[in-house]
Write a protein that binds this ligand. Structure first.
Ligand code: SF4
Ligand code: FE
Length: 481
C-alpha cells in the first residue's frame, strides 16, 4: 500500500466527526486534520524506500508473509530494537507524532494477554485475537490503541463515580455480543485509523468488573463519535497562506472518542469482565509505548537540534563556545532517550506466547526521562534561537510589496543568506516548542503513555529494593559475605 492508497482507504470510512462544532463529512480534507494524515501516510511511504526495508518490513509469525512492522508482533529482541529504530527514522522525517505506534503497542500487549487468558480460562480470546490480527496484517491497517478513560473524580474507583460512564464499561450483553458505553480521551491518530482497539485504563477489582473490557471495532462502527482536539496555534493551518505553521508537511492529532451504546460482536471481544487480567494488559501496553518514546521523541529531537544548529549558523554564532556546549548538551539528552529505548528492547524477553516484551523497568526509566529531557532540549533550542520565535511577524508579509523588503532587510542574519531561510527555521522551532508540535514533543512527552507518577509506581515495583539492601548489608559486614 502506498501513501495515496492509504488516503483512499480512509475516504471510504463513514464516521461521525466533529471539528470546532461542525459535523465534517471528509475529515481527511480538513486543514486541521490533513497534516496528521500525511504523517501516518509516511508509515506506508517508507515501504517504497529500499534503504529502510529492514526497519519497515517484518515477517508475520502467523502467515510467514512480509508485513509492515506497524502490524507486527515482536518475536525477538531484534524486532524490539528495529521498532525503536523505525520510530526514530519516522520522527526525523515527520518532526511530529506519526500516530501509528499506539495500535502496534495495543496489538502486542493483547497478543500476550489473550494468550494467557485463553490458557488459564479456556475462553477463545487468543483465537479471536489472532483472526483479527491476521486481518490487520492482510489489510496493512492502522489501529488506534484506546486506553485512557475520562476518569472523573480521580480519588474514586470506576464503580464509585457519580456518573458510571466516566470509565468505559459493558452495559449489557446478549448472544451476539456486548454493548459498551463511555469515552476515551486524547486518542492519538484516531481519525487516521481503520480500527479502534479499546483496552481498560487501569487494574480493575471485582466491583469494577464491568470496566474490564477490551475489543476492536471498525473506526466507522455506528455509535462512535469523534471530537477533534485543538493544538496550540492550529488556526494557522486554516490561513490561506499557511507559511506560519512552521512544519509545512506533517502534524499530530488527538480526539475525544465517545462510544454511545456501541455493539461489539463476540468475535471482536478480547476481554469481558476478567478483571484479574486488566492490570497486566495496561502494564504491557504502557510498557511498549514507554519504549516507543525512546525512538519517536529522539527522532523529533534530531529535527529540533538540527533547527537550533542551523539557526546558530544563520545568525553567525555557531563558533561561540557556549552555543557548541548547548548543542552538545541537547545531543547528549536526546541520545540518552534513544539509549533507553534500545536498552529496554535489548533486555526484552519472550513471554509464554513467544512474543517478546521489553524490560519493564528500563522502559519506564526511558519514559520518565522523556517527561524531562525534551523540555530541556526545547529550552536550549529557544535559548539559541532567540526571542524572535515569539515576536516574528507573519511569513506571509514577505510577499507584501511594501513591508516584504523591510522584513528582508531588518531580519537579515549573516550577509548573503536569504532572510526567508532564517525566518522559516525560526517558525520550525516555534512549531516544535510552542506551536502544534509542542503538543506531541512536550505535553505528550509528559503525559502520553502515562504521566510521570505512573512510571514511578512501576519503577518502585520493579526495582527490587530488598535485593539492593541485601547487597549493602553484605558489604557492610551485617550479613555474611
Ligand atoms: Fe508513535 Fe511517538 Fe506518536 Fe506514540 S507519540 S504514536 S510512539 S510517534
Ligand atoms: Fe503517544
Amino acid at each position: 500500500m502506498t501513501g495515496s492508497d492509504y488516503l483512499d482507504s480512509l475516504k471510504r470510512l463513514r464516521r461521525k466527526v466533529y471539528i470546532r462544532g461542525e459535523l465534517v463529512e471528509d475529515p481527511q480534507n480538513h486543514p486541521l486534520v490533513r497534516l496528521s494524515t500525511n504523517a501516518v501516510a509516511q508509515t506506508y511511504e517508507l515501504e517504497q524506500q529500499p534503504e529502510h526495508e529492514e526497519l519497515i518490513f517484518a515477517r508475520s509469525h502467523l502467515s510467514g508473509r512480509r508485513i509492515n512492522r506497524f502490524t507486527h508482533i515482536h518475536r525477538s529482541t531484534d524486532d524490539l530494537i528495529n521498532k525503536v529504530k523505525l520510530q526514530r527514522v519516522l520522527g526525523q522525517r515527520t518532526g511530529t507524532c506519526f500516530q501509528r505506534c499506539v495500535g502496534m503497542d495495543a496489538l502486542n500487549a493483547l497478543e500476550i494477554t489473550t494468550f494467557e487468558m485463553e490458557r488459564d480460562l479456556g475462553t477463545p480470546y487468543h483465537q479471536r485475537f489472532n483472526r483479527f490480527l491476521q486481518q490487520v496484517q492482510d489489510e496493512n491497517a492502522v489501529c488506534d490503541g484506546a486506553m485512557t478513560d475520562p476518569k472523573g473524580d480521580r480519588g474514586k474507583r470506576p464503580h464509585e463515580q457519580a456518573d458510571p460512564d466516566l470509565y468505559l464499561r459493558v452495559v449489557s450483553e446478549n448472544r451476539e455480543g456486548i454493548i459498551v458505553r463511555g469515552a476515551k480521551c486524547h486518542q492519538t491518530g484516531s481519525l487516521n485509523s481503520h480500527y479502534i482497539i479499546v483496552m481498560p485504563t487501569l487494574a480493575m477489582k471485582e466491583e469494577d468488573r464491568d470496566y474490564a473490557v477490551s475489543f476492536a471495532v471498525e473506526a466507522d462502527a455506528p455509535g462512535i463519535t469523534y471530537i477533534l482536539g485543538r493544538q496550540p496555534s492550529d488556526n494557522r493551518k486554516l490561513e490561506p497562506n499557511p507559511a506560519d505553521i512552521g512544519n509545512l508537511y506533517f502534524g499530530g492529532q488527538e480526539c475525544l472518542i465517545v462510544f454511545d451504546d456501541l455493539f461489539v460482536p463476540w468475535e471482536r471481544v478480547f476481554m469481558c469482565r476478567e478483571y484479574h487480567y486488566s492490570g497486566r494488559l495496561v502494564e504491557r501496553f504502557a510498557g511498549y509505548h514507554r519504549q516507543s518514546y525512546g525512538g519517536c521523541k529522539a527522532g523529533v529531537g534530531d529535527v529540533l537540534i538540527g533547527a537550533a544548529a542551523a539557526l546558530a549558523e544563520y545568525q553567525g554564532v555557531e563558533k561561540a563556545s557556549h552555543i557548541k556546549d548547548k548543542l552538545v548538551e541537547m545531543i547528549h539528552l536526546n541520545e540518552t532517550l534513544f539509549c533507553c529505548g534500545i536498552a529496554c528492547s535489548a533486555q526484552g524477553r519472550a513471554t509464554a506466547s513467544g512474543t517478546f516484551l521489553i524490560d519493564l523497568l528500563l522502559a519506564n526509566v526511558c519514559k520518565l526521562n522523556v517527561t524531562r529531557f525534551p523540555y530541556e532540549i526545547a529550552r536550549l533550542a529557544e535559548d539559541i534561537a532567540g526571542g524572535l520565535i515569539a515576536t516574528l511577524p507573519s511569513l506571509a508579509d514577505l510577499e507584501h510589496p511594501e513591508i516584504g523588503p523591510l522584513m528582508k532587510k531588518y531580519y537579515q542574519g549573516i550577509a548573503g543568506l536569504d532572510t526567508s531561510c532564517r525566518l522559516k527555521m525560526l517558525r520550525l522551532v516555534e512549531n516544535l516548542t510552542l506551536g502544534p508540535a509542542a503538543a506531541a514533543y512536550l505535553t505528550e512527552s509528559m503525559h502520553g503513555a502515562g504521566s510521570p507518577q505512573a512510571q514511578r509506581v512501576v519503577i518502585a515495583r520493579q526495582a527490587d529494593l530488598e535485593q539492593k539492601k541485601k547487597l549493602a548489608r553484605r558489604l557492610a559486614g551485617i550479613d555474611p559475605f
